[in-house]
Design a protein around this ligand. Structure first.
Ligand code: SF4
Length: 275
């Protein structure tokens, strides 16, 4: 089997910087002070497991902090309230929020218009955007969510890993309903570039394998990008989860989500090349 790698794949700058910062904290204070990770630093189980093995404690809410220490904020941010609660409990914060997410939070906070966040409900980044202001924020994840929005003018801020085609449909449908969205498209460059590479790769391979965690929105979006191009695509977490169907193709295109370590996708690549 021939395996062709996407021109751009794996860790983005935001993830690299977040992991460098977290690694430094673990190396310098590990064992001396309690280190908490607030949510998954990036959406990848191999990465989070590695920090747990180094003694870090994974938490999902400030209530889980039993002793003050250092709290490492995930790349996709936290709400203002969560940040306040962490500080009030006597912790030091190491903020690994990606600069693109911080920009989205700032846009929400400073908007003079009511805000619509276009993103997947419940996703950590969407929660952090929603929680960047005390004003009411509407979250729109699908066209049907527009039914709950009154006609008028809104500032639109987008989850960094949201689907481009769905975003366009939401804007278009909103216009038809008198919902005028003044959009700042905050889908990040890393997501855009990786999707473009998948589109190009789809033209010359039989199928695409995307390596990464199911919990990663940008990874899932790469699978959908290939599918929109009419190319069969598969989300693979490790060599044991490669669907047997994949082994029937001659040429496979391989890419990886922005939170997938190089070692993880190279192992899958080696396994496929052995066919
Ligand atoms: S995927 Fe985009 S938003 Fe998320 S960490 Fe990477 S650069 Fe930042």
């Amino acid at each position: 089997m021939k395996v062709v790698l996407a021109n751009n794949l794996g860790f983005c700058k935001g993830v690299e910087k977040a992991l460098e910062k977290a690694d430094k904290v673990c190396a310098e204070v590990g064992g001396k002070r309690r280190i908490y990770f607030y949510g998954e630093i990036v959406h990848n189980t191999l990465v989070t497991d590695a920090f747990t093995k180094r003694g870090a404690v994974m938490i999902k809410s400030p209530q889980e902090i039993d002793e003050p220490g250092i709290v490492i904020i995930r790349a996709h941010g936290v709400s203002d309230e969560e940040r306040r609660e962490i500080i009030d409990k006597g912790n030091e914060i190491v903020d690994c929020t990606c600069p693109v997410v911080l920009k989205g939070q700032r846009l929400v906070r400073e908007s003079m218009l009511p805000v619509i966040v276009i993103g997947y409900k419940g996703h950590s980044e969407v929660n952090s955007l929603e929680g960047s202001t005390e004003k009411e924020v509407r979250v729109v994840s699908s066209i049907s969510d527009l039914d709950n929005v009154s006609p008028g003018k809104y500032r639109g801020v987008v989850q960094t890993t949201f689907s481009n085609p769905l975003l366009n449909k939401i804007i278009e449908k909103g216009e038809e309903k008198g919902i005028e969205i003044e959009l700042v498209n905050t889908i990040c460059k890393a997501s855009v570039v990786r999707r473009k590479c998948v589109e190009n790769l789809s033209k010359s391979v039989d199928a695409i394998v995307v390596v990464g965690s199911k919990g990663s929105a940008n990874t899932r979006e790469l699978v959908e990008t290939a599918q929109r191009m009419g190319t069969p695509s598969y989300l693979v977490e490790n060599i044991n989860s490669i669907p047997t169907e994949v082994f029937s193709y001659n040429i496979i295109g391989l890419t990886a989500g922005a939170s997938t370590p190089c070692s993880q996708y190279l192992k899958v690549m080696e396994r496929l090349e052995r066919i």
